[in-house]
Write a protein that binds this ligand. Structure first.
Ligand code: KG4
Ligand code: ZN
Length: 353
């Protein structure tokens, strides 16, 4: 079964062709990230306009790269949420139109849930992808860590899953992005904080790991505030001083120490809860997914903490892509999911699991 995946929930316009949920024939991605850098974050209107310009060329690129014609496509899968309203609408309306005009079954997909399914892709002729040798086995414990989500999910199949815990406030990627702003690093913050942290001392600044009522929940908003207070303290300023002017007062080594201390605390929190969930549920596989899965320290710490090999998708499949959307659709179809109505499939900006 050959599935065309389409993704447009945030600032990446993406389309991919996946065969039988494991072979990636193409993975086309156009990002509007550069257009947002000057604003320090994604501007929804700019993202939506950019999707409108890019979506047809990106779908064509995915089909051309895959050397696939419409006759070969058995189904279309599209992200229907969560995400930015205008951005989601472009992808869903494009997919609905294609499903109707090309007469293909259409599947609306949850973007967050799709992230771990990037690890089901084990084969490709595309260059420069490091893929797992075999597909993860169920029950699969997934740590989903992105700019909008921090969740621990236990999948018994693509249709039978349990949300064990999630963030009660900020997502971990969002915390990385906010800390980047405090110390004056450009958007997207995560990779820049991580790079800056390499030169710093992770024990330079004491930062708290938040206690949560849910056993597997996370909380990062207090950590972000603690970073702000520590930065004010280092600069000899109090809360009345404009926070966007703080970074100009920091030395490079202070910035590195803040980045390293924050990174270690945030990654410690993720590692502890994942280990706890592993101990309680004894899954057969562990998959880490979402943009923050690219983080070097997270990869190291989880490998050390867990007795099973932890599966990380290739970095290019950790951030937003359409291959994971098609991969999840395949797993859902084999688990018995029915197609959506192409005349009515709606977007849902806060779609939950
Ligand atoms: O999954 P993703 O591409 O987009 C969604 O949020 O859905 O994740 C983007 C997030 C951003 O917050 C970015 O700062 C973070 O992933 N990120 C990282 C790293 N690379 C990306 N965070 C920490 N370390 C990294 N190396
Ligand atoms: Zn994402």
């Amino acid at each position: 079964m050959t599935i065309l995946g389409i993704e447009s929930s945030c600032d990446e316009t993406a389309a991919a062709v996946i065969v039988d949920g494991h072979t990636m024939l193409s993975n086309a991605i156009a990002s509007s990230v550069d257009l947002h850098t000057v604003y320090g974050g994604v501007v929804p209107e700019i993202a939506a306009r950019s999707h409108i310009e890019l979506i047809i060329p990106v779908v064509e690129e995915a089909l051309n790269d895959a050397k696939t014609s419409w006759d070969d496509i058995d189904a279309i899968a599209v992200t229907r949420g969560p995400g930015l309203g205008g951005s989601l609408l472009v992808g869903v309306m494009t997919a609905r139109t294609l499903a109707i005009t090309k007469n293909k079954p259409l599947y609306g997909i949850n973007h967050v849930m799709a992230h771990p399914f990037a690890s089901f892709i084990t084969m490709t002729k595309l260059e420069n992808y490091a893929l797992p040798e075999q597909q993860p086995e169920y029950p699969m414990l997934s740590l989903i860590v992105s700019g909008g989500h921090t969740q621990l999910v236990l999948f018994r199949s693509a249709k039978d899953y349990e949300l064990l815990g999630q963030t009660t406030d900020d997502a971990v990627g969002e915390a990385f992005d906010k800390v980047a702003k405090i110390i004056g690093l450009p958007y997207p913050g995560g990779p820049n904080v991580s790079k800056t942290a390499l030169a710093g001392d992770p024990s330079a600044i004491k930062l708290p790991i938040a206690k949560t009522t849910g056993e597997y929940d996370f909380s990062f908003s207090g950590l972000k505030t603690a970073v702000l207070r520590a930065t004010q303290h280092l600069c000899g300023k109090d809360f009345t001083f404009p926070s966007y002017q703080l970074s100009a007062l920091l030395s490079e080594s202070q910035k590195a120490n803040i980045a390293a201390s924050f990174e270690r605390t945030a990654i410690d929190a993720l590692t502890r809860k994942t280990k706890k969930a592993y101990d309680a549920y004894q899954p057969k596989s562990i998959v880490v997914a979402g943009g923050v899965a690219a983080n070097r320290l997270l990869r190291e710490q989880l490998k050390d903490a867990l007795p099973l090999p932890v599966v990380f998708p290739d970095i290019k499949l950790c951030t937003d892509n359409a291959a994971m959307i098609a991969a999840l659709a395949y797993q859902m179809i084999t688990a018995g999911a029915k197609p959506d109505d192409p005349y009515t499939l709606s977007t849902d900006t806060s779609l939950s699991m």
